[in-house]
Structures are given as structure tokens and as C-alpha cells.
Write a new protein. Structure first.
Length: 148
């Protein structure tokens, strides 16, 4: 087994509601601001849940491509989306749900087979496994090319 470590760092200044911070990925591919308003309002900056959603969608798209390949079906395209729902009340903040969806073009596969493979990939994606404490719903849509 080979282990790979991936990291990110966050710095925060000020109180939770008026303060702000910056998140930076180890790779240097992203560095950006975040704040209470970008998490619970409409401020144009990132937030932890958006970063989780991006990681989840990316991991799932790769897991589905791998699963389809192992089944002998090469996808033309996969568009995955993860929507992380954050709930806030007076006593706590929690990620209450994740909605994972995918649309793909996969020649030579029927809808039932595609849905089965997509569901298995959703359950076996490493990020899905890490997020398993949260209810994850899944929807898979097979798109056909003009030639199929």
C-alpha cells in the first residue's frame, strides 16, 4: 500500500461573524478568502462546505470513470455535482445532507446498468466514504450522443 498525504491550511483573524480568513491548498492550485458571510450569506468567497462539495464531485467523477472502465464501458463525458447542505440553528451548525448527481455520456450502456454502476461508484468513492456520517442521496442521468 502506498500512502499519499494531501493538505490544506486555513488562517483566521477576528471574531467569527466579522472576521475573515484564507484557505490555501498544498498544491498551490487554490488560495482564497472565506468568512462567515461567504458561509451563511452571499459574499463572493469560498467556504468549507463548497470545498467539500468540490472534492466530492471530483472524486466521484473519477470513481465513476474507473468503474465504467472496469465494466468495459468508456465514458465520453461525466459531469458530477455535489451539493452540501449546511444547517444552522441557535445551538449548532452541521452538514445535514449531501446531494450527489451525475450526468454522463456512455456509449453502449443501458440506463439500468449505468444507474447500478453509478450508485456503486458513489458508495465506493473515497470522499463519499469519508462523508458517510451524512445522508448522501444520489441521482444518475445517462445522456446519449446523437450517434447512439
Amino acid at each position: 500500500m502506498t500512502d499519499f498525504k494531501r493538505s490544506a491550511k486555513a488562517e483566521w483573524t477576528g471574531d467569527v461573524q466579522k472576521g475573515s480568513g484564507e484557505i490555501a491548498l498544498q498544491s498551490g492550485a487554490f488560495r482564497g478568502p472565506y468568512s462567515f458571510q461567504s458561509r451563511f450569506g452571499e459574499m463572493k468567497a469560498t467556504n468549507p462546505e463548497e470545498l467539500i462539495a468540490g472534492a466530492h464531485a471530483g472524486c466521484y467523477a473519477m470513481a465513476l470513470s474507473s468503474a465504467l472502465g472496469k465494466a468495459g464501458k468508456q465514458p465520453e463525458s461525466i459531469a458530477a455535482r455535489s451539493e452540501v447542505v449546511i444547517s444552522k440553528n441557535d445551538s449548532r451548525i452541521e452538514i445535514s445532507a449531501i446531494e450527489l448527481s451525475v450526468e454522463a455520456v456512455v456509449p453502449g450502456i443501458d440506463q439500468a446498468t449505468f444507474e447500478r454502476i453509478a450508485e456503486e461508484a458513489a458508495m465506493n468513492c473515497p470522499v463519499s466514504k469519508a462523508l458517510s456520517a451524512v445522508k448522501i442521496t444520489h441521482r444518475a442521468t445517462l445522456r446519449q450522443t446523437a450517434s447512439t
